[in-house]
Design a protein around this ligand. Structure first.
Ligand SMILES: NC(=O)c1ccc[n+]([C@@H]2O[C@H](COP(=O)([O-])OP(=O)(O)OC[C@H]3O[C@@H](n4cnc5c(N)ncnc54)[C@H](O)[C@@H]3O)[C@@H](O)[C@H]2O)c1
Length: 251
């Protein structure tokens, strides 16, 4: 049975921990989260800082905290474990992307990037050589974006790389698509804040020679950063990771 640790265990982390307990596909070795409320009755150690000896006994760490928390823990995790990460905006910093790739090579571990809030990331990755244009328009409530707009407002329109540092918790979908597709500088992001919506909605268009693909995804969120679909998609991704062998992959 694979040994699994959590870095951050809120909405997504708890859905995954519950799924692991029910499926009996993995044993939870630790939860690293200073704000963790143990309403799942977990018997593993709960930490506020990384513990290298526990990492050394763990096969896979699941990050569902923030990009900054992930960055601070990257080296120690990849020294000992594979990593499935939800804060994909971490990859928007060139030096951090380089560091992740170097650490994977150095220690022989893998990074799994779940499809998270959207569908079709495998197909976007498959076509990465043939897309001429990739555009994502996200519409969320001001609360979800940490804003106070009282009317529909265009918040950002430009390359994906820059929006990742402006809204690191809200544009993981953009980062994931950029990483899988044509990169952070060529992918175009539009962010709209709309007080009339209670969903997180993503309209994704991909164009190549003779190809025009649209994905239109909306998930109830009620002001949260994470919509209703993501915890379910996360459990599916974890099942595939625990069953998988091989190199870096989108799951
Ligand atoms: N890839 C995607 O499609 C996608 C979709 C939704 C959310 N996300 C991202 O996934 C992450 C988790 O989302 P969530 O809805 O579970 O968030 P959440 O706020 O419910 O949980 C985050 C957890 O991180 C913990 N945390 C805070 N500081 C920490 C620290 N220093 N060390 C360890 N843990 C710490 C918090 O206490 C909290 O329990 C967020 O970064 C979010 O932006 C990604």
């Amino acid at each position: 049975m694979k040994k699994v640790g959590f870095l951050g265990c809120g909405k997504i982390g708890k859905a995954l921990a519950k799924h692991l307990i029910e499926s009996k596909e993995g044993e939870i070795t630790f939860v690293q989260d200073p704000g963790f409320v143990n309403d799942l009755d977990l018997s593993c150690p709960v930490l506020s800082q990384a513990d290298e000896s526990l990492l050394a006994q763990t096969d896979l760490v699941i990050e569902c905290a923030t990009a900054n928390v992930l960055k601070a823990n990257l080296e120690l995790i990849l020294k000992h474990c594979d990593l499935m990460l939800f804060s994909v905006t971490t990859f928007s910093e060139k030096e951090t992307e380089e560091k992740i790739r170097t650490l994977c090579k150095e220690y022989g571990h893998k990074v799994y990037i779940p499809h998270g809030a959207i569908l079709g990331i495998d197909g976007i990755f498959d076509g990465h050589k043939i897309w001429n244009e990739v555009h994502i328009t996200t519409t969320k409530s001001p609360k979800s974006l940490g804003r106070t707009d009282t009317e529909r407002t265009l918040v950002y329109d430009g390359p994906t790389r820059a929006v990742c540092s402006l809204y690191p918790r809200n544009v993981n979908v953009h980062a994931c698509i950029a990483l899988a597709g044509i990169g952070f500088d060529k992918t175009h992001s539009t962010i709209i804040s709309d007080p009339a919506v209670s969903t997180n909605a993503h309209l994704i268009t991909l164009k190549g020679d003779g190809m025009d693909i649209t994905l239109d995804i909306s998930s109830y969120a009620n002001g949260a950063v994470t919509g209703a679909y993501t915890p379910h998609s996360a459990c599916g991704s974890l099942d595939r990771v625990l069953a998988a062998e091989g190199a870096l992959r989108f799951v």
